[in-house]
Design a protein around this ligand. Sequence first.
Ligand code: ADP
Ligand code: MG
Length: 723
Amino acid sequence: MAEPDAARPTPLSLRDLAAVDLDRLKSVGPKLVPRLAQMQLHNALDVLEHYPRRYVDRTHRADIAELQVGEEATVVGEVRRVSGRRTRNGKALVEVNVHDGTAYLAVTFFNQGWREQQLSVGTQAAFFGKLDVYRGKRQMTNPAVDVLRRAGEAEDYTGEVVAIYPQSGKADVSSWQIRRIVAEVLRRCAQRGISDPLSEALRDELDLIDRGDAYRMVHTPEAFAEQVAARRRLVFDEFLRMQLGLVARKRAFEHNLLGVQHSADRSLVDAFHAKLPFPLTDDQRRAIDEILADLVRPAPMHRLLQGDVGSGKTVVAFSTLLAAVQGGYQGALLAPTEVLAEQHYLGSRRLLEGLEVESSGGSLFARRDVRAELLTNRTTAAERRRINAGLAAGEIDLVVGTHALLYDTVTIPRLALVVVDEQHRFGVEQRSRLREAGIGGAIPDMLVMTATPIPRTAGMLIYGDLDKSELRELPPGRTPITTEVIGPNPLDRARVYATLRAEVEAGRQAYVVCPLVEGSEKVEAKAVTEEYERLQVEELAGLRLGLLHGQMPGAEKESVMAAFRDRALDVVVATTVIEVGVDVPNATVMVIEDAERFGLSQLHQLRGRVGRGGGTSWCYLLTESEAPEENERLAAMEASTDGFLLAEKDLEIRGAGEVFGERQSGFSDLKLGRIPRDEAVVIAARHVAERILDDDPGLVRSPQLRDEVEDLLGDQLDMLFKS
Ligand code: ADP
Ligand code: MG
């Protein structure tokens, strides 16, 4: 690269842009500064990355004079008259007259009283809708509106494509104002140019435009196609930064020799398998082999175990934990909630029954039972002291708990293995904190389990720093589940309970799930206790009902579940407490009330409680609502029992930020990128990140990229690029 000379100043990096405060711009007066700050716009980079929400392509606008009745079109014009009133039945009615140079158009808004303010006389706007005729008059009713400039604002756009920025009701900054600020930033950037961390060769290969062009074209495209190319480049940059961070993190783990080298002795694991009432599936066997191979290596394991509901992850988790116990180490199984921790603990007691390890103290060949303890918020201080003592003495092998409790209140002196049942609720950051919990500077091995399959690209983002084992096949003995969405019609409801009763008559069992415990008035969800009492005297009178919710004491919960397992109860009326871990193969009916309140993956989890071997099963999704978005989710449940397909559907419907939590793995850092839409870009970025780091592991030769990754990841970076 040529040396920069005085005549040609160095192009601006993103950091340079971030150092330019907005009050230095002519287009930003002192009054505007705080309003922009409210929108998180503080500097020139923020402005450049404040991307348009939409574009109005004026080449595709229709002339009002030529509009045909029944035609859908975009009309761009100026408001010449506006009036608001109430109809006879009290609805707000706003009538607007728009002129576009060819003719006038009447536009009518029902129930949108605020349009009167928005579309004051002189406002220039785009209206998208269908032309109809009302009482012989041509008009548009409730069209979509994009305000191009408000009354009094000067015409500023010259291009045919106009950027429309996200509405910011509170901050009161118009699209027009944003466009002016953006224009000034772009004008200033044009002098020095914006530097591009990607070489021209790489850009050619990936068919990406230059970064500076991309910022310009995304805001002020001259043609619609320009903003498409611009977005592609900017989305690539977002994903490249993330992938550089993740790949670097993965490599840092691989080169870290500070892990624990576990025993290669499999006898405890083998004894555990011999005790199981079933043979392992091929997938379980393979996953366990992969994990044990990791464990005997000095580098810490960092592995994801991915498998659908009921795929048998628990057995793999305990095999992993026992491999650590074999060598005299301690393990922890962490769940995101207390309820889940309790359930894992109950399960562990059954699974570990009869397993022995060599006792550390005492005579040479003394043996004792493998011992696990539960740690939750409900664990008393005295209990905690006892557990701490047991851990210190090496008498407790495994701790089951929530992850916060683990490092706050216990010391596990020989912690060498952590299994995280994360359910999407832990992120990269939390995982890296876990590593600090290790013994004597050694980093515990880590297995992360996810109950819901994660589509490939989302996995690349969230788990891009992990190796992966997958349980694709479900264990044998699964029975088909018929899923049906049941609307408010009482006849349909009656049929649901009739099926449930018939199944109970045939010796089967059932679940009824209600969305909330002790439902508040604010939410209309039925309180599970009331529902339990109601069902007892109404639809399910005469059956043996049990109640289960998260606020019951652990022992009580345990006894209800035990009674259900022993078939002393026919039906459990529960909250989502039963979402994970409850395993009663004889249950064949799942009734989910107010199903529209649940997420898709949660519904899938709940449904996974039936179809476990008790014969043909039913899942009824009860709903009062007819809202299309909600029905889309329920329809997806009806259409498929494939957790993988449902997970992709969920992403499509809700978007990654919602599904995985905003703070997960930098989803909140994505301004333009969307999963699964940008799948191809993620994959390309992953490959490029690997290539760049193969060549230059510390990003020494790409300081600009290094800065960008650093700004994304903050202080975690040092760890990554430490040689
Ligand atoms: P996950 O946690 O992946 O949802 P679980 O570990 O709870 O699934 O297993 C679901 C059910 O399958 C449990 O009843 C478990 O005992 C059973 N199971 C696990 N592995 C096998 C297997 N290899 N063969 C038959 N049943 C199995
Ligand atoms: Mg499980």
